[in-house]
Write a protein that binds this ligand. Sequence first.
Ligand code: GLN
Length: 472
Amino acid sequence: MYTFKSIASLQNDLRQGKTTCKDLVNASLSSIEEKKHLNIFLETFNESALKQADLIDAKIKAGTAGRLAGVIIALKDNICYKNHKVSAASKILENFTSLYSSTVVERLLAQDAIIIGRTNCDEFAMGSSNENSAFGKVLNPLNEKTVPGGSSGGSAAAVAANLVHVALGSDTGGSIRQPASFCGVVGLKPTYGRVSRWGLIAYASSFDQIGPLTKTIDDAALVLEIIAGADEFDGTVSSKPVTEYSKATSNKKIKIAYINDCLDNPALEPAIKSNITKTIEKLKQQGHTVDGVDFKELEYLVPTYYVLTTAEASSNLSRFGGVPYGYRSKNATDLESTFKKSRTEGFGKEVQRRIMLGTFVLSAGYYDAYYAKAQQVRRVVRDKTLAIFKDYDIILMPTTPGVAFEHGANSADPIKMYLEDIYTVQANITGVPAISIPAGVNEQNMPFGLQLMARPFEEELLLATAKHISEI
Ligand code: GLN
């Protein structure tokens, strides 16, 4: 069977006839079937994937294939693909079919990628363990007793288990980077506004970004290069030109900051701390500047994130009322009970909790105390983060406080679960790009990631630095 190493080597092998798109699709579909018990895929798109494969095999022969020819890609189940189902892993959207494709899907298909199916995730991307899916939990392929992370848990697990070459996820507070860390793969959250959100089912619109989960940093760079850039369907996307991320290299000395309290956090697993400390030492030996800086706002990050994202979610999810589309309760007797019962029966517990929290923080009596205050804190966090970037090129930190935890370990305590996001939410609150790269494993052989953040739209430097660190 063909062993995938990177998109670049796959392109060569396809051109040289060492494999075909048809073989790749068939192999992927049978591995997904073999690993069915992991519950990674909610559905595979056999028919459209096999049809694509034939078309692209012909293009390869004719020498007209795109840059992602034959790359087998999985979509998180909140990214729309025309005439294919999408459910946000929610009962409220079960059996809903996309009427149009997201911009990212259009761009992947234009480069001859093959979309193989949709992956399980936390319902409406709310969660850190993939245990909030209405369609069952996902097992981490590296240790089935543990979670794959969330909310893009199925996407990370699909790459880690070699079921696909690339997966797309969405990241509102860490949902690409945290599962990447738990599954030992690369996860990239682009700058807010780098990638179009058109066709992404919204969770918190001022935080959400789509990004790749891959085996290598080069692959993440190439996929970003293809999906990024201006889009008339999303007014929040920047028209800044997309540079050749896949060629990003850096040989100059850079200035790196790490936040003291992040490394001194008593909850940080010792193996992660010592790994990061060693990396810092190596970077210093190479002549890079690496300094610890203070960031007093650290303790406000998670509360700010949860006030603002639940507020946005309560508004975004108000469209699911059982009337125009989605689940409609059979027990409803009039319009009001249609809304109430459809939402009560259609949404899972965590989504309901967040809608209620969001409605509360936006309500007349509490708006100023919570929502307005959190917006002010968001501005302070952004200003202070950008102030670090005046003196430093990169901020380095762990992706997560620990490795993948066991199923159920955090389920009874939502606050404990929310604290999983301590290191990842800063990039979403401020909109800066961030990447998690595999850094090492603990004594139980479970992987963890190292996270880097850069200034807005400096993905090139982010990727080049990530590559450098992965090689030292
Ligand atoms: N774990 C975070 C949450 O539960 C992040 C989710 C995300 O990035 N979509 O909200």
